[in-house]
Design a protein around this ligand. Sequence first.
Ligand code: ZN
Ligand code: ZN
Length: 289
Amino acid sequence: MPSRADLHTHSTFSDGVLTPTQLIDLAHRNGVRILALTDHDVTDGLPEAFQAAPRYPDLTLIPGVELSTDVPGSEVHIVGHFIDWKDAAFQQELTRLRESRLNRARKMVEKLAQLGKPVAWERVQEIAGEGAVGRPHIARALIEAGHITSINEAFDLYLSRTGPAYVERERLSPRQVVELLLTVGGLCTLAHPRDLNPLNELLADLKEVGLIGMEVYYQDYGPQEIERLRAVAERFGLLPLGGSDYHGLSGPQQREPGDIPLPMEPVKQLLALAEERGVLSRAHLAQLQ
Ligand SMILES: [Zn+2]
Ligand SMILES: [Zn+2]
């Protein structure tokens, strides 16, 4: 059954296909009454979203952002809700993160050209699709360009830490990301945790700095996965939250806004926390009763 809440969506301001206004229209049409816009590394869609949202008096819009960070072997995404996105220092940090990520990838592409293995920067960006351009995307561009035949080969020959095209990146740990979001009042949720390993260590670490939720209801997560993740969330005292991660892309995993079995109870708890911290009005809360 579709949910009246969707806490994780993207617009054209990152890698979604709908503008914030179109996204709000669609979500509302689908029955969503509590919606968070959580673009990757950017909050520039929020002013438009907050302009569009009042057309629906029964809609609560949550300002959010999704930040990605690395742990060995995988990428960890953290969603911050109720952020004070207008904070100047926060915006500076977001800009710095976006630029450092892009510059690093661009430098690696330049090094590859110098090594006689050119790939088109535009193509690398296309392959990356979702937000953060990284080495796997450059590796795929290398395969497409016929320079190598496998991702492993790309890493072995060029992109590994000791490879000739490697460029060191500035790292923000998951913990630092939570701390950054906390500076602007963010309520932090670990996004799409299904394949994260070891999940328990990560949660213990992040809970200590202030993580309050984990996505349990997400895209194609089935009943068994939801059950497992809900138990994990409970063990760590985290709210079992979720979202469609709607991008407007097609594909078997993709879901429409609200098309996730997220119950209202944990969402209300999230809103109550926001209220406690003074970022949500009582009027909004009353609407949800
Ligand atoms: Zn994500
Ligand atoms: Zn996302």
